[in-house]
Design a protein around this ligand. Structure first.
Ligand SMILES: *[C@@H]1O[C@H](CO)[C@@H](O)[C@H](O)[C@H]1NC(C)=O
Length: 238
């Protein structure tokens, strides 16, 4: 079994695609993402310099001092296994210190993912109103449904949702970007995954271009301390 796993992991790097995040020139883009899933932040300048300011500490630091980051030759920044503590502002500038692009990212904790299956009658998290000075709405902002994983036979599809907070008449914001350094923790503040059954006609392109992501849930009891299994491309229901 171990050998099989090893072979599998050796054969996988070609499949290992990262999510590419991009944003228009000289703009600031805000986005929620799942922790533990690699991303590449686009910045097209071979001399690009990246700075990071955490939501907790104001002082920007050079990204090259962060261990799980890599500046790619074209200027983009690769983050491997990003953590919720890496939530904050990623600033890319050129060699004359002028802004090329900025990303404000909220890496929501994948270990708290709330998973529900629609066709098993499981309900996603409900909207809640919180009193944080004024009253704000906390809700899940859903991505679109991904394509069905089978065709011409029963399959399933999934969608990811992120925790967002909305003040009356304001644009909603990813929860941790909204809260900043406020030390509050509500059980409602979690990313979500929803699964549903599907049955679709075949379309070869869609079958082979499904996005996926990685998460682990530690329910292995005593084994938890010395086991780490990830199973890319797998479904938890099949
Ligand atoms: C929850 O709040 C969001 C944002 O205001 C809204 O789009 C959505 O319809 C609400 N959902 C429910 C079930 O009320």
């Amino acid at each position: 079994m171990l050998t099989t796993l090893l072979l599998l992991s050796l054969s996988l790097p070609t499949l290992w695609t990262q999510v590419l995040i991009s944003c228009p020139y000289k703009s600031l883009c805000q986005q929620a993402l799942l922790s533990g899933n690699d991303v590449v932040l686009q910045c097209d300048d071979p001399k690009a310099i990246w700075y990071f300011s955490s939501i907790l500490e104001e002082d920007p630091l050079l990204v090259s001092s962060m261990p799980n980051t890599k500046r790619l030759p074209g200027g983009s920044l690769q983050l491997t296994n990003p953590q919720p503590t890496q939530t904050g502002l990623y600033h890319c500038q050129d060699s004359d210190s002028s802004l090329i692009v900025e990303y404000e990212l909220d890496f929501q904790d994948v270990t708290t993912l709330h998973v529900t299956h629609k066709d098993l009658g499981q309900k996603p998290l409900q909207n809640e109103t919180l009193r944080l000075g004024s009253s704000v709405l906390i809700f899940t902002h859903w991505e679109r449904w991904q394509d069905c994983n089978r065709c011409e036979e029963p399959g399933e599809r999934k969608r990811l949702g992120y925790c967002y907070i909305e003040e009356p008449l304001e644009k909603p914001m990813p929860c941790w970007l909204y809260l900043r350094a406020q030390k509050v923790q509500f059980s409602r503040m979690r990313p979500e995954l929803q699964v549903e059954a599907c049955l679709v006609p075949c379309d070869h392109f869609k079958e082979t271009s499904q996005p996926y992501f990685i998460f682990d849930i530690y329910r292995l009891g005593k084994l938890t301390n010395n086991m780490w299994l990830t199973c890319p491309l797998a479904s938890i229901y099949r």
